[in-house]
Design a protein around this ligand. Structure first.
Ligand SMILES: Cc1cc2nc3c(=O)[nH]c(=O)nc-3n(C[C@H](O)[C@H](O)[C@H](O)COP(=O)(O)OP(=O)(O)OC[C@H]3O[C@@H](n4cnc5c(N)ncnc54)[C@H](O)[C@@H]3O)c2cc1C
Length: 555
């Protein structure tokens, strides 16, 4: 297909702050990274590393961030996509935590990313003989909604027949009622890339597909990293006053680069999900209790159904984590508690993925908890009940490591870690930091319906946009959709769908390459667009995207 590159800021006039650091030119990025001493080097470009980079850059610090794979390519694109208060934490009495999570959830859904984070109603089905009765669940959802001051409605009990009308796939045999509450959901990959962009607009310099292979030391303190560009093998170094290890499941691997004898600080638990085509409307999500502690989700997401998740201790290489056939069987079996069989047919599966929860506790805690919950089956003892806490440790060389916690509270974690970094003795970062604004919206902030409407009416004479494409762009890019529409105006061939059965168009591939640091077919198909999760990344589509990226990168 024909390609009209938009390298250079002039091609997209509405982008406000395109500086050298917003470049997708890797040689320039490497030059920027290796020619300055940064105040802070963040290793790991998942949502936690990105949150810290964004917050630190907002405070005026000179920040660099390196990611071995793609931004959010590991855990941060393998979540359940929920922006939530965490209903299950109420069971442990963590009322304050739930209230804090709700506050962050609401900030994301209303002020920071209303274009990307959407409200969603949840039903907790109450079956006769199930692990929890209606009075308990009713009280739970009422308290849950009270902890966000009823801003998403009042948690209540609704009848089985009402629930079945809203969710025709709901299994109704032995169903007495459902408990109803409100939370939010997102496309985690897209929120992550928008957050990377926000960090870069605040001044951070970032590079993905750039693996830290070693650390640099000055008088025993960690003051930088050795890096290998995974795309072309180039090696270079980055110097910094302070280094943060935000490598998620790899956190202990990096800690051992600092101190070969460092004891494990975390343990890992695998969570898998399955995406299926939908056969009926889903006007609410189901959160079905499986036992006293675990809930299985069936969530309408990206016009599909997202099911999950598992919770199994994992001791292998984090890079190898996959959803296995056994995981898929377990997810479908558990979903069948509340979803009718015809909606769970394997032929409906479009995609399956897995990620790793990072839970507090190294060897000793793992040993303790492994004996804590019976079963001896494939599920890890204790990981389902383990607290989803953020683990922050400081190593011998002064490197701070952060892992775990929730996607929902990423801004809060970013602020907390930056406050800790400011206090690291000897680095003196605090003196150079300006106050951090409380709420900064993500790029593209806007009302999706209004954006979609404008995409439909503000067209060049003779051109039109499919309403489904307009809606899709508006809810994944917000007002940045106008930049994508501009690409289509310049080159109408970019308005073609990537796959005829999905709403993603070629202009998104161009935009991903030019503005969103996408270099591989997976970056584009799995994380910048929704092609992979819809099961539409056929060999032909992958080959065409690969050729397109190559042509665009060679320009
Ligand atoms: C199954 C599951 C479901 C979840 N569901 C939810 C949910 O619905 N809602 C919610 O709020 N939270 C959820 N979470 C939690 C949330 O997803 C995580 O807390 C969050 O994504 C962790 O982000 P991270 O940046 O720490 O880790 P990661 O996203 O894993 O990022 C770490 C990054 O470091 C990089 N890295 C590793 N080594 C190097 C190196 N040597 N050099 C450079 N980079 C390196 C990796 O490539 C990786 O991208 C879920 C987690 C799991 C596992």
């Amino acid at each position: 297909m024909s390609v009209t590159p938009i390298k250079g800021a002039a091609a997209v006039p509405s982008t406000p702050t395109l500086g050298a650091n917003l470049t997708t030119d890797r040689a320039l990025s490497r030059h920027l990274l290796s020619s300055t001493t940064y105040d802070l080097l963040v290793i790991g470009g998942g949502i936690l590393g990105t949150a810290v980079a964004w917050t630190a850059a907002q405070s005026g610090l000179k920040v660099a961030m390196l990611e071995a794979g793609d931004f959010a390519g590991a855990t941060s694109s393998a979540s359940s996509k929920l922006v939530h208060g965490g209903l299950r934490y109420l069971q442990t009495g963590a009322v304050k935590l739930v209230a804090e999570n709700h506050k962050e959830r609401r900030a994301l859904g209303t002020d920071v990313a209303p274009h990307l984070v959407n409200p969603l109603t949840f039903y907790l089905p109450v079956y006769k003989g199930g692990p929890h009765g209606a009075p308990k669940l009713g009280a739970g959802v009422f308290l849950y909604s009270a902890l966000s001051a009823f801003r998403d409605g009042v948690g209540h009990i609704a009848s089985a027949s009402h629930a079945a009308q809203q969710v025709p796939a709901l299994r109704t045999d032995n169903l007495s009622a459902v408990a109803v509450y409100g939370d939010h959901q997102m496309n985690d990959s897209r929120v992550a890339v928008m957050t990377v962009r926000a960090a870069v607009q605040s001044g951070a310099v970032v590079l993905n597909h750039a693996e830290v292979t070693g650390l640099r030391f000055t008088r025993g303190r960690v003051t930088g990293a050795e890096v290998r560009d995974r795309l072309d093998g180039t090696e270079f170094g980055v110097d910094a006053r302070l280094v943060l290890n935000a490598t998620g499941p790899w956190v202990d691997h990096l800690r051992r680069m600092e101190d070969a004898g460092a004891a494990p600080s975390v343990r890992l638990s695998k969570g898998a999900h399955v995406v299926l085509r939908r056969k009926a409307p889903w006007r609410a999500a189901l959160a079905t209790p499986i036992d006293k502690y675990r809930i299985t989700f069936a969530i309408p997401w990206e016009d599909h159904l997202l099911l999950g998740t598992t919770d199994e201790e994992y001791t292998g290489d984090p890079a190898e984590v996959r959803a296995t056939d056994a995981d898929i069987d377990q997810i479908l079996d558990e979903a069948a508690h509340s979803v009718r069989d015809e909606h769970l047919d394997r032929s409906l599966i479009t995609y399956a993925f897995a990620g790793l929860r990072v839970l507090p506790g190294g060897d000793q805690a793992a040993a303790r908890s492994a004996s804590g919950k019976g079963g001896g089956g494939r599920r890890a003892g204790g990981t389902a009940t383990a607290k989803r806490e953020t683990v922050v440790t400081e190593g011998r060389g002064g490197m701070l490591s952060v892992a775990g916690g929730k996607w929902t509270t990423y801004r809060h974690i970013g602020r907390t870690v930056v406050a800790k970094l400011a206090k690291v003795p000897g680095a003196g970062l605090a003196e150079d930091m300006a106050p951090i604004p409380r709420t900064v919206p993500l790029p593209g902030v806007g009302t999706p319906n209004a954006v979609a409407h404008r995409l439909l009416i503000d067209r060049e004479p003779g051109s039109r946009m499919d309403p489904l494409v307009a809606k899709h762009l508006a809810s994944h890019y917000g007002t940045l959709s106008f930049e994508i529409a501009h690409l289509v105006d310049e080159d109408p061939s970019l308005g073609r769908p990537i796959h005829p059965d999905g709403p993603d168009i070629w202009a998104q591939v161009a935009y991903a390459a030019d503005r969103e640091w996408a270099y591989t077919p997976d970056d584009v198909l799995r994380r910048r667009t929704t092609v992979t999760i819809r099961g539409l990344d056929t060999p032909e589509v992958r080959a065409e995207v690969e050729a397109f990226l190559k042509e665009r990168q060679d320009v």
